[in-house]
Design a binder for this molecule. Structure first.
Ligand code: BTN
Length: 237
């Protein structure tokens, strides 16, 4: 896959999206972003020392119903990369990665569709390595260097990530890192329209979250609910 390395760009996702017209798979890596974007229109803090990359990929015959596979593959690769540096990651369903209860990585996926098929995806990964975190995030965010107490190079992390991204058994690998299993969680419906207290049971291969609510097993989808856990960064990151 063609690779582009940038000193600075507003957002690697935006850069990759602008290159869709070239119809060529592409990896974009930036040292810093000036307008890093998160999910739900949030900003993503992107100072030097973090991993900010986006992978643009085109598909011939990828059913839209399998969209969650893209997220699972990226999240599993991030977790395996982090594990290889000696930390213990947990996935906060569907797309955040935490270490020791603090967010270390976020993933933003932007797909294009053609009917029932996904024609292309841009998978953006922002991973805190040795970047300085804003003071206001210090209680809810962490980095690989903070967790290991070691200076770790961004290039080393990028290479490790690219080695494991694309491995098979995507669902099993994702499920292995699913966090808060068997624990009490809160599911927020829509835009704060209500809360459901539940026990987290599992995630299925289509991305549905299974939880026990009032003694019954129920399935939730990320388009309808968001997960809140103790110390969750959901509101601020
Ligand atoms: C989130 O936590 O809400 C998702 C954050 C995704 C951040 C990455 S950094 C690389 C890519 N470019 C962006 O502007 N966003 C993603």
């Amino acid at each position: 896959m063609k690779r582009i390395f940038l000193e600075e760009t507003p957002s690697t996702n935006d850069y990759a999206k602008a290159r869709r017209k070239d119809k060529e798979n592409l990896l974009v890596v930036a040292k810093r972003q000036t307008g890093g974007r998160g999910t739900k229109g949030r900003n993503f803090s992107s100072g030097t020392g973090g991993v900010y990359l986006s992978r643009l990929e085109f598909y011939e015959n990828f059913p839209a119903k399998d969209a969650f596979r893209i997220m699972q593959g990226a999240a599993a690769a991030v977790c395996e990369t982090l594990s290889s540096f000696g930390v213990t990651p947990q996935i906060k369903w569907p797309n955040d990665v935490y270490v020791n209860g603090k967010k270390i990585c976020g993933i933003l996926i932007e797909n294009t569709f053609c009917g029932y098929l996904i024609s292309s995806s841009v998978v953006g990964i922002g991973l805190n390595v040795c970047n300085r975190l804003p003071v206001e995030l210090s209680s809810i965010a962490t980095s690989l260097c903070l967790e290991t107490g070691k200076e770790i190079g961004v290039d080393e992390v990028v290479e490790r990530l690219l080695e494991v991204w694309g491995r098979e058994n995507i669902h099993e690998r994702y499920a292995q890192y699913l966090g808060w299993l068997g624990e009490e969680i809160t599911l927020i419906i829509g835009e704060n329209e209500g809360k459901i207290e539940a026990t987290l049971l599992s995630v299925d291969s289509e991305g549905g979250l299974w939880a026990c609510v009032d003694g019954k097993e129920k399935r939730f989808v990320a388009a309808e609910v968001s997960l809140r856990v103790a110390n969750s960064a959901e509101e601020e990151l």
